[in-house]
Design a protein around this ligand. Structure first.
Ligand code: SF4
Ligand code: F3S
Ligand code: FES
Length: 247
């Protein structure tokens, strides 16, 4: 017999002064391979057209459907209801600005983060579209690609206690981004320049090693390896600077 699912869904429209934050209950019969994404679409089509939530690719690629699913940040499009109990609570991701109901503005947060860590290859080489790109060792290209798989969903940020307490903390996603540039031989930034970007309380020294980021990353990015590498690298840099100041 099909299960009867109860969805407790966060409702609030910050633009409407009459709106107050509350949970609204919706009921749905479970069908084969039902995902949270499909369930939300059915609820919107059949029960309440005003329900707000985001999606685009429906395939775990665009990162726009992240939300708190029974308290855990995850993608609605790749979470099956069969893996959840009959009662499902859906809340918007914390940390990010609420647009309405389950929809949050991750775009501005990620743009600010990308600008802060200057998330692009810094090189003085003049780009020549006709020139053959310099070859990179295959295994290094694969290592960089592994870190490039981030879809900017925001789950790691929402799961991080530091990011929830400190709006200036750049989060594991930004630290992973910098680790990717440190590995890239085309990026000509010096250790000191990397240090200025992430060797701060807003960066790697703000991370308290809470591990939530890697636990929830839907793309299974090796975030802890990158955080460990940055902690060692930036730690040595900080000690070096201390001795230089004393000397
Ligand atoms: Fe999402 Fe993982 Fe990227 Fe964080 S690192 S934004 S959890 S894909
Ligand atoms: Fe946050 Fe991950 Fe560090 S959860 S505190 S960025 S280990
Ligand atoms: Fe694109 Fe879920 S809709 S990741």
């Amino acid at each position: 017999m099909a299960r009867q699912l109860t969805f407790h869904i966060f409702r609030y429209n910050p633009l409407d002064s009459a709106s107050t934050p509350h949970l609204q209950d919706f009921f749905l019969e479970e069908t084969d391979s039902l995902t949270i994404f499909i369930a939300l679409n059915r609820i919107r089509e059949e029960q309440d057209p005003s329900l707000q939530f985001d999606f685009c690719c429906r395939a775990g690629i665009c990162g726009s459907c992240a939300m708190l699913i029974n308290g855990r940040p995850d993608l609605a499009c790749h979470t099956k209801t069969k893996d959840l109990p009959e009662e499902i609570t859906l809340l918007p991701l914390p940390v990010f600005k609420l647009i309405g109901d389950l929809s949050v503005d991750t775009g501005n947060w990620f743009r600010t983060m990308n600008e802060k860590v200057e998330s692009w290859v810094h090189t003085d080489r003049v780009f020549d579209p006709a020139a053959e790109e310099e070859r990179m060792d295959n295994s290094l290209a694969e290592e960089i690609y592994e870190l490039e798989r981030c879809i900017e969903c925001g789950c790691c940020v929402a799961a991080c206690g530091t990011a929830n307490m400190r709006p200036d903390f750049i989060g594991a996603v930004a630290l992973n981004r910098i680790a990717r540039f440190i590995m890239d031989p085309r990026d000509q930034r010096t250790d000191q320049q990397y240090f200025e970007v992430v060797g701060t309380d807003e960066g790697i020294f703000g991370c308290m090693g809470l591990l939530g980021c890697e636990d929830v990353c839907p793309k299974d990015l090796p975030l802890q390896d990158q955080l460990g590498m940055l902690r060692r690298k930036m730690g040595w840099n900080a000690i070096k600077q201390l001795f230089q100041r004393k000397g």
